[in-house]
Design a protein around this ligand. Structure first.
Ligand SMILES: [Zn+2]
Length: 96
């Protein structure tokens, strides 16, 4: 679900522009349109649970090795939370 820039491997950030959703690289400007949001919606359903796990990880700090991998996972979690926020905004716009 989470995608990274094919050019510089940075995390692609979802943005909305003129009713469409894009994944954008903030480092090099790479942009990719998301044609269907169905896959992302399914991810959002579990984001709440995953967020709890992040909190536990932050408190216990049991995972001290493979820091790079852990950081990458955390970025993915934040990414999903970001999508959830975006989804909420979208629903509010529709109901208007
Ligand atoms: Zn890039």
């Amino acid at each position: 679900m989470v995608e990274f820039c094919p050019k510089c491997e940075a995390l692609l950030i979802p943005i909305k522009d003129k009713g469409k959703t894009y994944l954008v690289c903030r480092l090099c400007g790479y942009r990719k349109e998301i044609r269907s949001s169905e896959g992302y919606k399914s991810v959002l359903k579990v984001s709440e649970e995953k967020r709890s796990k992040i909190t536990v990880m932050e408190e216990t700090r049991e995972i001290s090795r493979e820091d790079r991998e852990r950081a990458k996972e955390l970025m993915q979690e934040y990414y999903e939370v970001f999508l959830e926020t975006m989804e909420t905004e979208e629903q509010q716009e529709v109901s208007d």
